[in-house]
Design a protein around this ligand. Structure first.
Ligand SMILES: C[S@@+](CC[C@H](N)C(=O)[O-])C[C@H]1O[C@@H](n2cnc3c(N)ncnc32)[C@H](O)[C@@H]1O
Length: 224
């Protein structure tokens, strides 16, 4: 995939904005609801689920594809004293601020947190709140050194049909090597081939309900 050009903003079914990449005919989020997707698939089914499992003081979370920062802000909004997080996110093509400033998230999320997240320096950890440290890495997931000791993975790459190299056995093998025991990965993609791939790498994979009004099922995978 080459650097994106001519990105367009669209409004999804829940009223929150997303970005369309016309040359891929691919959106950054579900057109059924961008905010609904971030809240359900990533914040609730991965981060809060892992928090509820207990056992780790400050969780280390790895997101594949920072994009608009929507997954980051909804996570920051629930990161509290009892569930602090170090949020590491990889992005090969950071978006321009003139585009992110046109998204309508300020009306839907904590706008001060969102501004801090967008403006945070790249490639250095930044304490956005006492409970949410953000590390935006300007990096290619396929070739960069990956962080270690990860408890939660938000796997939010473009779809396998559009960017198959992000979903290869080799790439998932590297990703699973970053994960601690009892770590949780979620993705919107529920394809059997991805479920079997994650199982072949030793993870226990569940198909769980997707967001209301959106995809029927999503995947949640847990390391032994
Ligand atoms: C589905 S969007 C992610 C949406 C994002 N999580 C959000 O909350 O807005 C996929 C993201 O992966 C990024 N991406 C594509 N190829 C990548 C690569 N090789 N390494 C890192 N990021 C990549 C894209 O630029 C895009 O921002």
């Amino acid at each position: 995939m080459e650097q994106k050009v001519n990105l367009e903003i669209e409004i999804t079914d829940d009223g929150s904005a997303t970005i369309l990449v016309p040359e891929l005919n691919e959106h950054y989020h579900s057109v059924r609801g961008a905010l609904t997707e971030s809240n359900h698939i990533y914040r609730d089914s991965a981060f809060l689920h892992r928090c509820n499992m207990g056992g780790t003081a400050r969780l280390r979370l790895l997101e594949i594809g920072f994009g608009t920062g929507l997954n980051a802000v909804v996570t920051a909004m629930v990161a509290k004293e009892q569930n602090p997080v170090h949020y590491i996110t990889l992005e090969k093509y950071p978006l321009d601020s003139d585009l992110t400033s046109q998204l309508n998230y300020n009306k839907l999320v904590d706008k001060d947190l969102y501004r801090l997240i967008l403006e945070a320096e790249w490639n250095n950890p930044v304490a956005i709140t006492p409970y949410f440290t953000l590390e935006k890495r300007s990096a290619d997931y396929l070739t960069a050194d990956l962080p270690s000791g990860i408890d939660v993975v938000y796997f939010d790459a473009f779809a396998p049909e559009k960017q198959p190299e992000m979903w290869s056995a080799e790439a998932f093998g590297r990703l699973v090597n970053t994960m601690n025991s009892g770590a949780v990965l979620t993705t919107y993609c529920s394809k059997g081939v991805i479920r079997r791939l994650l199982e072949s790498l030793g993870l226990t994979v569940e198909r769980i309900a997707g967001p209301a009004g959106g995809k029927r099922e999503i995947l949640r995978a847990t390391t032994p």
